[in-house]
Ligand binder design. Structure first.
Ligand SMILES: Cc1ncc(COP(=O)(O)O)c(C=O)c1O
Length: 422
């Protein structure tokens, strides 16, 4: 008897999965135990954990290269300067900026935005002018603009969102006026997870000659950022949210924009010459880096960029998408849970409320189970007002999280419901 020869089904090339266990081993603190239980860290949107490579790069700098930068003619200072400027070049490549001088080291996203609001705002805003932001901004992309608008007699206008947490892109056009001097928009919302159509907004603003600042604090840890493709005028990130140290961040600015802006702070290193009669300023980026910078921080951030660059970012994105879908579905199985922020395009940030329990109580009880989540307004009070909640609980997932972490959160929420008689 002959058997009919059946061709084997085509083999679908499957992508190898991210080796999360190996990644986790890179982050010493993930092995910690809290309250006698393994730590389940779900607050990476507030700050990420740090891989050993970053921790060691900082120690190595202090042990082997510590000296002030740009000032000494001696070997050690030149070595420190090379490491610091090397980190700037890594940052350039990471954001795909055209030139290293378009990268300013700042303290954080907050400082990046304050720099632009103060420097650009002070020189560009006249009474009656407008600054356009969105309804889902972090306070750090609201308050600096309010301050400068107050000072200059300008007005802050807001692009609305809907109750899924999607930006109403069709409203952008209507809010861009002849008086709009800058648009400042968050790339990924920290309280809703929404990924905004930045490229589209930039195109609309540029059609009217209006520059755009993008708050990339929550984007950089999750997705490759290409400032040339986005064509934004400014882009700012915090090192500590992308596996680097605290106290260091990046502000990208198009060279022509930065060159046209006055200094933000005065001091050493940002000058060409000083007399009591007046001062001339250094070229960018030095013009915006007054005083001794956070050298170790920049080097640590460079190590974080190296770490991220060695990963397959496509695999990381697949993994985080899976975590988002899995955790969102599991959380919705918990009676009384309502997700806040269900935009079509989201990063792995999940805000939720639990009926009858304040978010702070949720956070305190799940902590007893070893689960670290954020509770409160997440520095987005207008978002809380819009959704008419005092606060949310927020679980944010990074590349080192697992489905088991989501399971641990769901199990801990069952404890919360027990305590509150749910
Ligand atoms: C979207 C967004 N923008 C800005 C910030 C401010 O970042 P930093 O506190 O590092 O300056 C945060 C921090 O949570 C954020 O999530």
């Amino acid at each position: 008897m002959t058997t009919a020869h059946r061709p084997a089904p085509p083999v679908r090339p499957t992508r190898p999965a991210l080796d999360v266990a190996a990644l986790r081993a890179d982050f010493p603190l993930l092995a910690a135990r809290v309250h006698g239980r393994p730590l389940v860290y779900l607050d990476s949107a507030a700050t990420s954990q740090k891989p050993r490579a970053v921790i060691e790069a900082i120690s190595r700098y202090y042990e082997a290269s510590n000296a002030n930068v740009h000032r000494g003619v001696y070997w050690l200072s030149e070595r420190a300067t090379a490491a610091y400027e090397g980190a700037r070049e890594k940052a350039r490549a990471f954001l795909n900026a055209r030139e290293a001088r378009e990268i300013i080291f700042v303290r954080s996203t907050t400082e990046g935005i304050n720099l632009v609001a103060s420097s650009f705002g002070r020189s560009a805003l006249q009474p009656g002018d407008e600054v356009l932001i969105s309804a889902m901004e972090h306070h750090s992309n609201i308050v600096p603009w309010q301050l400068i608008c107050g000072e200059r007699g300008a007005t802050l206008r807001v692009i609305p969102m809907n109750h899924s947490g999607d930006l109403l892109v069709e409203e952008v056009e209507r809010r861009l006026t002849q008086r709009t001097k800058i648009v400042a928009l968050v790339h990924v919302s920290n309280s809703l997870g929404t990924i905004n159509p930045v490229r589209e907004v930039v195109a609309q603003a540029h059609a009217r000659g209006i520059p755009v600042l993008v708050d990339g604090a929550q984007a950089a840890p999750h997705m490759p950022v290409d400032v040339q493709a986005l064509d934004c005028d400014f882009y700012t990130v915090s090192g500590h949210k992308m596996f680097g140290p605290t106290g260091i961040g990046l502000l990208y600015g198009k060279a022509a924009r930065l060159e046209a802006m006055p200094p933000y702070q005065g001091g050493g290193d940002m000058i060409r010459s000083v007399t009591f009669a007046g001062t001339t300023f250094a070229d960018i980026p030095a013009k915006f880096e007054a005083g001794t910078p956070h050298i170790a921080g920049a080097i640590g951030l460079g190590a974080a960029i190296d770490y991220l660059s060695r990963l397959d970012r496509g695999l990381v994105a697949d993994h985080e998408r899976d975590l988002l879908a899995y955790a969102s579905a599991r959380l919705q199985e918990v009676p009384g849970v309502r997700l806040i922020g269900t935009a079509a395009l989201k990063a792995s940030v999940i805000s939720f409320v639990l009926a009858g329990v304040h978010a702070h109580d949720v956070g305190t009880i799940v902590d007893q189970e070893g689960v670290a989540i954020r509770t409160g307004h997440h520095c987005t009070q207008p978002v809380m007002d819009f959704f008419d909640v005092p606060a949310t609980a927020r679980a944010s997932f990074a590349l080192y999280n697992t489905r088991e972490d989501a399971d641990a959160l769901v199990a801990a929420l069952a404890k919360v419901r027990q305590v509150f008689g749910g």
